[in-house]
Design a protein around this ligand. Structure first.
Ligand SMILES: Cc1cc2nc3c(=O)[nH]c(=O)nc-3n(C[C@H](O)[C@H](O)[C@H](O)COP(=O)(O)O)c2cc1C
Length: 259
């Protein structure tokens, strides 16, 4: 499936995590589109997204970890399923999941990545997994409870690191595509907003690095970096720079090189 570049790039700036839902069920057309994206967006092999058209109340019951709010009243949720034997699976799952989330956002739906703090057993009652698969994260899908906090209506400010703290080598040098790409990454979501991505830049490439190997919060930093990869690519494509990804060994995650 080709990206709807403009719609997903715009969605980057509309998305924010929503935890309180109204219970309203998306109509058939919206539901079909989400199902379509879950089935068709498979940019790398090893990960898949499954829409569960049942309330997620049991799944979100209990522990919230460091998060203040628990997710409530979501009519649907999506599970991001990973084949744990596939190479680079954490980054691949982040990239795939964020594509589905940006599509949901562009349809006017709210979402929230939930990595460590959900009940896996409750999910396993609602979806089938193969032996080597694991649910790495889920997202509720629905409409915000508060009208003013719907997609695009948020007055929340992004709390994010500045670019100069994220770039570990190379200079921006007025390089428009890299600037657009990194601004799109800067506001990407990450577990507990830890923003573990770092960048090495050159004229024709950006290398994404993870700032630690640790799996804090039960969520790999490489999963966050996979989310960042999709934002980076959407920014690059929006600025007219088409390229491709090469996966790397730690501390590298992947390099985007323009063709
Ligand atoms: C991989 C991942 C896991 C997350 N896990 C949780 C979670 O378990 N519970 C939660 O409430 N929020 C979770 N979040 C949401 C982050 O806290 C949120 O994205 C971050 O604070 C930035 O806020 P924003 O999404 O509104 O821009 C997660 C986000 C990511 C990317």
């Amino acid at each position: 499936m080709d990206f709807p570049i403009d719609a997903w790039y715009d969605a980057i700036f509309l998305r924010h995590s929503q935890r309180k839902y109204s219970g309203k069920v998306p109509n058939d057309e919206v539901t079909r589109r989400i199902e379509e994206v879950c089935a068709e967006f498979r940019p790398f092999s090893g990960a898949r997204a499954v829409l569960v058209k049942e309330p997620a109340n049991d799944v979100f019951k209990g522990a919230v970890g460091p998060y203040v709010l628990r997710v409530t009243e979501a009519p649907y949720y999506i599970a991001f399923v990973a084949n744990m034997n596939a190479p680079n699976i954490q980054a691949i799952t982040g990239y795939l999941g964020e594509g589905v989330i940006l599509e949901a956002t562009s349809l006017g739906l709210n979402t929230c990545w939930v990595g460590g703090f959900f009940r896996r057993n409750a999910v396993l009652k609602q979806i089938d997994l193969h032996d080597d698969e694991r649910v790495l994260a889920i997202t509720p899908v629905g409409y915000s409870k508060q009208k003013l906090d719907r997609v695009g209506g948020s007055s929340k400010r992004y709390r994010r690191k500045s670019l100069d703290r994220l770039i570990v080598s190379g200079e921006l040098d007025d390089n428009k595509w890299i600037e657009t790409a990194l601004e799109a990454v800067r506001i990407a979501p990450s577990a507990a907003n830890r923003q573990p991505w770092r960048f090495q830049i050159s004229n024709d490439s950006v290398t994404v690095l993870a700032n630690s190997r640790r799996e804090g919060l039960g969520v790999s930093r490489k999963l966050d970096c996979g989310i960042a990869m999709l934002h980076l690519e959407l920014g690059a494509l929006t600025a007219g720079s088409k390229g491709s990804w090469e996966f790397l060994q730690y501390p590298g995650v992947a390099r985007y090189k323009v063709s």
